[in-house]
Design a protein around this ligand. Structure first.
Ligand code: SF4
Length: 228
């Protein structure tokens, strides 16, 4: 529902405060994708910046070297999305890590109000407070959460940016949200070389009951951010 109220953010971390509004982070637009929201024809918005340093990151220029790519202006993006909205089934917001922006829920609600498309949000799951505000405000239709691996491998899989304890605590909050709104979440894992079959077997039991952990093929890291 577009008009749902957005609750106050109870607290934000320093790393979040370093990141501006999503409009100031918007670095890429894919006008049409058949794979970013399976079953839908979607446009994709890419927000620069990420708090993790996954060695297998497929979008590392966008995530870690945002300053090398100019920001896309709001007016052009809104015009393009409005013109194409009748050809699209959805809008995907990805990164980088979108939930670094504390005002993400308000931004998403504004986007939906102007474009009128269902929205899927991709996240690494490390900012549960922002995700909670987003789903409480009903600013998105689906949140796709990456589970990088078993908690014990988070330091390896995130470039030492998340400890096992942080991963477990953040995902515990995300799982609680998913139990309350099961239709609004999906969980997925990218099959990076660091994960063993034993890891994958153990991870099947991480999401809440009723959720199937979806496996994604590992893509070779890209060197170019597509901009059209
Ligand atoms: S969370 Fe995603 S965008 Fe961030 S470093 Fe890892 S793979 Fe890259």
């Amino acid at each position: 529902m577009l008009g749902a109220s957005i609750p106050e953010l109870p607290g934000s971390t320093d790393s979040m405060q370093e990141h501006g509004s999503p409009w100031s982070r918007l670095r890429g637009l894919e006008p049409m994708s058949l794979c970013d929201w399976p079953g839908r024809v979607s446009a994709v918005l890419f927000l620069g910046g990420c708090d993790l340093r996954c060695p297998t990151c497929h979008n590392f220029q966008l995530a870690w070297e945002t300053w090398n790519t100019p920001c896309l202006p709001r007016s052009q993006v809104m015009d393009l999305l409005r013109k194409r909205s009748s050809w699209l089934d959805g809008l995907v917001v990805t990164g980088g890590e979108a939930a670094l922006s504390a005002d993400l829920p308000e931004w998403l609600a504004d986007l939906r109000a102007h474009v009128g498309l269902p929205i899927k949000l991709d996240t690494n799951g490390m900012h549960p407070a922002v995700i909670e505000r987003t789903v409480t405000a009903e600013a998105v239709d689906l949140v796709a959460v990456d589970i990088k691996g078993p908690w014990s491998k988070y330091p390896l899989l995130t470039g030492n940016r998340a400890t096992p304890e942080q991963a477990r605590a953040n995902m515990k909050q995300i799982f609680a949200l998913a139990r309350d709104k099961p239709g609004s979440f999906q969980f997925r894992t990218t099959l990076v070389p660091e994960l063993t079959q034993d890891d994958l077997n153990a991870m099947q039991h991480l999401p809440p009951p009723g959720f199937v952990l979806q496996m994604q093929r590992f893509k070779t890291p890209a060197t170019v951010i597509e901009r059209r």
